[in-house]
Design a binder for this molecule. Structure first.
Ligand SMILES: Nc1ncnc2c1ncn2[C@@H]1O[C@H](COP(=O)(O)OP(=O)(O)O)[C@@H](O)[C@H]1O
Ligand SMILES: [Mg+2]
Length: 396
């Protein structure tokens, strides 16, 4: 394949390793400076210029978009998407992961364990928010920090209030988050490629520091991941729309607590700790996916008037429980079931002999009018304060 690595740091370890891994496998590869593209919308088709010349054809692009160039970088990635060039990480996925609040919001409905988090603006709401996440000591985070910068541990409520007030006065938005003390200055970084974790390490903070980032002096060691951690990492990356991602998790008493999902994870610490060829795994995955450009299914399928995709919940639809998909009457109503979601597992193209269960969710394509009557009532809010379950429970 012909691969473009988008990076502003051609000499960086990760870029070099990815480039070398691609060359070693016989691929053609170029490292292109993200900021030297020009998005061209003047012609009949979406196009890109690079350093003033029309870009040649690429099969795939691997975006390594730094935090300082998110807007322009994601615009370039989005343009590649419009040109049907495969990218493991979409512009949407990258944007979602950049902002810690946005990422938390997106993950929060999918039964992924996360540290209790609050986001407020008014001064009067600060104290109750701190109390809701468990009181002091409490973690305060800038929405777009990286490398541990912008993550503060406030020992007392009064100090926390003062810090938050100061940050608000300089127009900075902050998250208020439970301090997961039981993780003891350690966390797990899992590198997800496609549907699996290819390498994982534990990072431990240095001395009395609570942040385990390598840039904050943290040390790293390879770990064998618990299935619960592996599952949380893979699902978080999938939900965010990232096929290559570094997922950070604290080790909570009840299991993994996902803190963030990084769309341009560094490879140096991870490859050093695990001795694994992570760059090679990424390149191999991309080469396998090249034939399948990312498409926005919902948008493409709703082009035919009156048809679209919808999720039907079996217990919401009358009399489906206990019947097979064949007996469900869905196909007679011109409804095609694309996937069946049961708990955390997914059955693609389910056969007509599959027996439906109460909590099953069916992703369907069909006439919107036919499906409307089967869409369950809006989800009710769950009862307040729940302990985070060890295993993800099916969505209801
Ligand atoms: N709620 C928390 N409880 C305990 N430690 C935390 C918490 N949030 C962050 N940390 C520590 O701080 C580090 C940096 O936090 P993170 O949210 O990943 O920000 P960054 O994007 O700067 O890496 C984490 O790797 C972890 O060691
Ligand atoms: Mg982090």
């Amino acid at each position: 394949m012909k691969l473009a690595i988008l990076s502003r740091a051609p000499q960086a370890y990760s870029t070099q390793r990815l480039r070398a891994a691609a060359l070693q496998r016989g691929h053609e590869v170029k490292v292109l400076d993200t900021l030297r593209f020009a998005i061209d919308l003047s012609g009949t088709e979406p196009d890109l210029q690079y350093r003033g010349r029309r870009l040649s054809d690429y099969d795939a692009v691997l975006p390594r978009i730094g935090n300082s160039v998110t807007y322009f970088g994601t615009a370039v990635v989005r343009q590649f998407e419009q040109m049907d060039v495969y990218t493991p990480n979409t512009a949407n996925g990258i944007t979602n992961s950049r902002d810690k609040l946005r990422a938390n919001q997106i993950l929060s409905r999918h039964n992924i364990g996360m540290p209790a988090t609050a986001f407020v603006r008014n001064r009067a709401d600060v104290r109750p928010a701190i109390a809701r996440v468990g009181g002091a000591p409490v973690v305060i985070k800038l929405l777009e920090g990286t490398q541990g910068i912008g993550v503060i541990l406030a020992p007392e409520v009064k100090v926390a209030e003062a810090i938050i007030e100061t940050l608000h006065s300089t127009k900075q938005n902050v998250l208020i988050q439970r301090f997961v003390a039981e993780s003891r200055g350690r966390d797990i970084r899992a590198l997800v490629v496609g549907d699996r974790v290819v390498a994982a390490m534990r990072r431990s903070a240095n001395g009395d520091e609570f942040r385990s980032n390598v840039h904050r002096g943290g040390s790293v060691e390879a770990v064998e991941l618990d299935p619960a951690f592996e599952q949380a990492a893979v699902r978080s990356a999938q939900i965010m729309g990232l096929r290559v991602a570094g997922v950070d998790m604290l080790e909570g008493d009840e299991g993994p607590l996902v803190m963030e999902v990084n769309s341009s994870p560094g490879l140096e610490g991870l490859e050093a700790a695990t001795k694994l060829d992570v760059a090679g795994a990424i390149v191999d995955f991309i080469a396998n996916q090249v034939a399948f450009p990312e498409i926005d299914v919902r948008q493409r399928l709703s082009v035919s008037t009156g048809y679209g995709v919808a999720e039907l919940v079996v217990h919401g639809a009358a009399d489906l429980v206990g019947r097979t998909l064949g007996e469900s009457g869905l196909s007679e109503r011109d409804i095609t079931v694309l996937t069946l979601h049961r708990g955390t597992s997914v059955i693609p193209n389910p056969r007509s002999s599959v027996v439906l269960e109460g909590e099953d969710r069916l992703l369907c394509f069909g006439r919107l009018e036919e499906m409307r009557s089967m869409i369950p009532e809006r989800r009710r809010r769950r009862a307040k304060v729940r302990k985070l379950p060890k295993q993800p429970i099916p969505e209801g």
